[in-house]
Design a protein around this ligand. Structure first.
Ligand SMILES: Nc1ncnc2c1ncn2[C@@H]1O[C@H](COP(=O)(O)OP(=O)(O)O)[C@@H](O)[C@H]1O
Ligand SMILES: [Mg+2]
Length: 277
């Protein structure tokens, strides 16, 4: 099987007044049409890895890689215009908080329609129909009504679904979901995950699911890479997590509260300086 995405030795550095911050320090993985989880604590470089693939690295940062290839295209070599095209069309990213991704002064329906029409030549009527179908696909019950609402008029969970609809309207082949459910209630989280899961299965998308929650990721993904201090410390099949070797991964697992055996106090994650070498 040829990979949809190949990442080899990806590095992202931020120059700061106090020196260079190495946000991503040589990350490598490949992705097919499957669900890959990226887990790690806050600051481990998950978002910057996703953004580098998406082409959304802040302009003052330096990004290098031996390979950053999407479906035969060298992402570090193509023009800014080609990159923008890919970004709207074939690669999409869902961010943690829909507030930052939805335009507050435009109705939800119009945003989805405009996203579609900048990437595909379709009539207004056709675009409207597809937007409403997409809202229904993300399980919004009354899509015709929600089409006309503004982002502030819907709940957080509904806003998140509307954003997913907007990201998926162009039929991307690769979806990067960066903590897409962290801002949501637990019940809504599960709904959103189920929607993503169905879409991956039905459309044969590749999915990179970023989360700090190892339990969530392992229940939802095929494969998990565990990041610590900008590096991949372990890559493992989700079903194999019980056999994780790296002490950091094991630590993340032990930090997961278990309903059946109540532990007080919760263990504190022990970090060894050599993991960050
Ligand atoms: N604009 C920036 N300037 C300097 N450092 C940054 C910037 N953005 C992110 N970083 C640093 O990069 C590292 C990785 O960040 P990030 O990828 O956002 O982590 P995660 O998503 O795993 O929480 C962090 O140490 C963070 O402080
Ligand atoms: Mg992040």
């Amino acid at each position: 099987m040829s990979a949809l995405l190949t990442v080899k030795d990806l590095r992202v550095q931020f120059p700061t007044r106090t020196g260079v911050v190495d946000a991503v320090r040589g990350v490598s993985f490949t992705l097919g049409r499957e669900r890959l989880g990226i887990v790690g604590e806050s600051g481990s470089g998950k978002s910057q890895t996703g953004r580098a693939i998406m082409g959304l690295t802040p302009p003052h940062a330096t990004i290098t890689a031996d390979t950053l290839n999407f479906d035969g295209m060298d992402l570090l070599d193509i023009s800014a215009k080609e990159r923008r095209n890919l970004r709207g069309n074939r690669i999409a990213m869902i961010l943690q908080d829909p507030k930052y991704s939805l335009n507050p002064v435009m109705s939800i329906g119009r945003q989805i329609v405009e996203t579609l029409r900048t990437h595909e030549k379709v009539s207004k009527a056709e675009a409207r129909k597809r937007a409403i179908d997409m809202l229904a696909a993300v399980q919004i019950r009354d899509p015709e009504r929600v089409f006309n609402l503004y982002p502030h008029e819907v709940s957080g969970g509904m806003g998140q679904r509307a954003m997913i609809a907007m990201m998926l309207i162009t039929g991307p082949e690769l979806l990067i979901a960066d903590e897409p459910t962290s801002a949501l209630d637990v019940t809504v989280q599960l709904d959103v995950l189920r929607i993503l899961d169905d879409l991956v299965r039905d459309r044969g998308m590749g999915l990179i699911f970023i989360s700090h929650d190892l339990r969530l990721v392992s229940s939802f993904c095929d494969r998990v890479i565990v990041m610590y201090a900008g590096r991949v410390v372990e890559e493992i099949a989700a079903t194999d997590l019980q056999n994780a070797k790296h002490p950091y991964t094991r630590g993340l697992m032990n930090c997961m509260p278990q309903i059946s055996n109540d532990r007080h106090p919760l263990p504190v994650l022990d970090r060894k300086p050599e993991w960050a070498l």
